[in-house]
Write a protein that binds this ligand. Structure first.
Ligand code: UDP
Length: 483
């Protein structure tokens, strides 16, 4: 009996920053509530990264296990173990390569079982690593799927992959199973690999099979909040026919994010904060496209032009377009000549290289809007600070996040979609003006973003008997794991 109480959970995230960090935060939350042992398993380089993220924060007992992995065996460059170091064209291979972690995961579980005298109580796997369900089932262990996306975005993405509904219609608009009959999605909301998917290609084969396996999980955990996505959650629950626990927002710890920004961006966090301190409240545009995606060279040029034309202050995390170096001799092909110096001298724009202290920027009172690819972590970080968004989706389920932010939540305007479009400086300026408008639509979006921030705070608040929805969901999740 004591053995059972002490039990073990093994967690297996997909190999991407935006997945690993919410897994770590979920592990921390479970740890605060139980005496369970928790191990996060991943490839060696991702574990190294987690180790340094953990060492920069408070004491912890989360265990980290390296699963043997050799990227070159999967046609990937040496040491490519994470989406961050990879061009989009390789991401399909990275997804597929995750299957090779099955054997080392089985060894890890065998080792835990031997040491502790009983198998782990539960495996928590990324929703895109459905193969973990087979491991769990074969060993008689419970498996839960964790989706690090929102409910609406998750449903749209898994349903489109599983049904490829756009292939069954000639029209640009199509219905996605799981959504109401009159609900329409648009072909331009499909990222490149989805648009090309025919059910037999590398991407289709991986996603269709992995999602189907995750549908066998005993339950799903979602990094969202019950009150902010009523439609998405209602539909997702109906679609997966499993309990869905809403434990969000699981945000990165500020300390970890600071640590990394200091190390990688070449700009001190303090310098960034001092720069923001000089600005008026809600007056700054923050621009970033997340940890893996970049826009094209011509889009970078138009974005720079639009930011300059807007006359607003901005902080822009710049990542060079695919094929260019950040300091290379071709810099003028993707950033207007003299732009950086001009913006710096006028104290208008701060360019941060590659990695910015995002959480600190978004929680600074001077930040007024986030021009974002709308990866789910970025969405949660923005809304938890009451910052409305300008959507420019690039990959994964981001276009559906934008659709929800615009149509369901009213906290965003959409600028464009994908890396393939041509945009102009005027278009950029126009959307910035809309969101920054202190009256009308801009004001409305700001108010709605603040309401969502309040819901998020309430959901994670625990005052004696009074518990927010995410606290209750976490309690229930833990009870289920222990039962
Ligand atoms: N991030 C950051 N600084 C950057 C870029 C990204 O701190 O310059 C963090 C961001 O705060 C978020 C995560 O990386 O927690 C990105 O996750 P998201 O889901 O938004 O997008 P992805 O990187 O997965 O496309």
């Amino acid at each position: 009996e004591t053995a059972k109480k002490n039990g073990h959970i093994v967690m297996i995230p997909f190999m991407a920053h935006g997945h690993i960090i919410p897994f770590l935060q979920l592990a921390r939350q479970i740890q605060r509530k139980t005496t369970l042992n928790i191990t996060i398993a991943n490839t060696p380089l991702n574990i190294q990264y987690l180790r340094s993220a953990l060492s920069s924060t408070s004491p912890h007992q989360i265990r980290l296990a390296e699963l043997e992995f050799n990227s070159t065996r999967h046609g990937l460059p040496p040491n490519a173990e994470n989406t961050e170091k990879l061009p989009l064209s390789h991401i399909g291979k990275l997804f597929n390569s995750s299957r090779s972690l099955e054997a080392p995961l089985r060894s890890l579980i065998a080792q835990i079982t031997e040491e502790e005298g009983y198998p782990p109580l539960c495996l928590i796997s990324d929703v895109f690593l459905g193969w973990v369900n087979n491991v769990a089932t074969s060993l008689g262990i419970r498996n839960l799927s964790f989706t690090t996306c929102g409910a609406y975005g998750t449903l749209a993405y898994i349903s489109i992959w599983s049904n490829l509904p756009h292939r069954k219609t000639d029209s640009d608009e199509f219905w996605v199973p799981g959504f109401p009959q009159n609900y329409r999605f648009h072909r331009t909301q499909l990222h490149k690999f989805l648009r090309q998917a025919d059910g037999t290609d590398e991407w289709s084969r991986f996603f269709i099979s992995q999602i189907a396996l995750s549908m066998n999980s005993d339950g799903w955990i979602c990094n969202t909040v019950e009150e902010i996505e009523p439609l998405g959650l209602q539909l997702l629950r109906k679609y997966v026919q499993r309990p869905v626990w809403t434990v969000g927002p699981l945000l990165p710890s500020a300390k970890g994010s600071k640590h990394r920004a200091g190390k990688e961006s070449g700009i001190a966090l303090e310098a960034c904060m001092e720069w923001l301190d000089l600005k008026d409240e809600s007056s700054v545009v923050y621009v970033s496209f997340g940890s893996q995606n970049t826009i094209s060279a011509s889009q970078m040029m138009a974005l720079a032009e639009g930011l300059e034309m807007s006359g607003r202050s901005f902080v822009w995390v710049i990542r060079p377009p695919v094929g260019f170096d950040i300091d290379g001799e071709f810099r003028e092909e993707w950033l207007p000549k003299g732009f950086e110096e001009r913006m710096r001298d006028a104290k208008k724009g701060l360019l941060v290289q590659k990695w910015g202290p995002q959480l600190e920027i978004l929680s600074h009172k001077s930040t007024g809007v986030f021009l974002s690819h709308c990866g789910w972590n970025s969405v949660l970080e923005s809304l938890s600070n009451g910052v409305p968004l300008i959507g420019w989706s690039l990959a994964a389920e981001q276009a559906y996040n934008v659709k929800m932010l615009v149509e369901e939540m009213g906290v965003a305007v959409e600028l464009t979609r994908t890396v393939e479009t041509t945009i102009t400086g005027e278009e950029v300026q126009k959307v910035i003006d809309i969101v920054m408008d202190q009256e009308g639509k801009g004001k409305e979006m700001k108010e709605k973003a603040n309401e969502i921030a309040a819901h998020m705070r309430d959901a994670t608040t625990e005052k004696g008997e009074e518990k927010g929805s995410s606290v209750r969901a976490m309690d229930d999740l833990v009870t289920t794991i222990l039962s």
